[in-house]
Design a protein around this ligand. Structure first.
Ligand SMILES: Nc1nc2c(ncn2[C@@H]2O[C@H](COP(=O)(O)OP(=O)(O)O)[C@@H](O)[C@H]2O)c(=O)[nH]1
Ligand SMILES: [Mg+2]
Length: 284
């Protein structure tokens, strides 16, 4: 089974080397992919100094966002024939020691395992306001969406790569935390079997959060939008996620066709999740 562990970085100089050490220790047979958005704090120098055959680093030109970094990892995993994709944060909030247990959860018939702070046996180091907002958001998501999970918002997940293309990628180009909720909703709508395993979510090890505090309001609006989608629209039966090349940056799989015949977004543009280019198919 070919495994890829992915995390995104934006100014994680205090964490990136130890993340790679700990992932390698817990899951020595996995390759590691880091997508960095041109960090300015020395993260890139550290990554450059860690030359390992199992480490691939993709540097994007600037801060193109966490959601598109994850989509790039999905496309990379498909393009390179991986069977299992593990995604996580790059600040030690997600414990690399949990990776084998989450991969074990990918039993036959299960397509996506979510690391949950709120499942029985899970824990979250947040306190006060942040803990209450996080708990309320996840309870609201469970009740409004009718999906029987306790965690919708963390990135610590294990995917069966062969089922990724069954999710409509074009519905996932949404910013911030909204991406992680949208993934659950779309995976559920497209028939992937979801399961969860408890995790202990730790405070970040070093550095500061890159997610703006006001992101919570965008998250709430997104939850309401997804609730309507979940209850009042049917998922398209045929999903078309070709691995399209971007002629601007040359990456052979990073273009998303957002205005193809299957798109419901009038006037939507194509997007490259590697270089960030947005434009019409003719230009891309
Ligand atoms: N490449 C990339 N990584 C990002 C971006 N925003 C956040 N990250 C990384 O995503 C992970 C989670 O972000 P973090 O700031 O810890 O979010 P929080 O834990 O919700 O406060 C960390 O590894 C960040 O370095 C971004 O725009 N681009
Ligand atoms: Mg964090």
């Amino acid at each position: 089974m070919k495994k890829l562990v992915f995390f995104a970085t934006y100014n994680e100089a205090g964490n990136v080397a130890s993340m790679i050490e700990r992932i390698t220790a817990s899951t020595p047979d996995a390759d590691i992919l880091v997508v960095d958005d041109n960090s300015k704090d020395g993260t890139l120098d550290i990554l450059e100094s860690i030359a390992r055959p199992n480490l691939k680093v993709i540097v994007r030109s600037g801060k193109l966002g966490l959601g598109t970094a994850h989509l790039l990892a999905w496309k990379y995993a498909i393009a390179h024939g991986y069977d299992v994709l593990v995604t996580m944060d790059g600040d030690h909030s997600h414990d690399p020691a949990d990776i084998p247990r989450l991969i074990d959860g990918l039993k036959p018939g299960v397509d996506l395992v979510i690391g949950s702070r709120y499942a029985k046996g899970g824990a979250c180091d947040y306190t006060g306001y942040r803990l209450r907002v996080s708990q309320a958001a996840n309870i609201a998501a469970r009740l409004l969406l009718g999906i029987r999970l306790t965690e919708f918002t963390t990135s610590f997940r294990v995917f069966r790569v062969s089922r990724l293309s069954d999710i409509d990628f074009q519905t996932l180009v949404v910013g911030g935390y909204s991406f992680f909720l949208a993934v659950i909703v779309q995976a559920h709508r497209h028939g992937l079997k979801l399961d969860e395993r408890p995790i202990h979510f730790h405070e970040r090890n070093a550095g500061v959060s890159k997610i703006p505090p006001l992101e919570i309001f965008r998250g709430m609006a997104n939850l309401l939008r997804l609730t309507v989608i979940c209850h009042f629209s049917t998922a398209s039966k045929v999903v078309h996620n070709p691995q399209l090349a971007c002629t601007r940056c040359g990456c052979s799989y990073s273009k998303l066709d957002l205005h193809g015949t299957h798109s419901s977004r009038v006037g939507a543009q194509d997007v490259c999740v590697n270089c960030g280019y947005k434009g019409t198919a003719a230009n891309l």
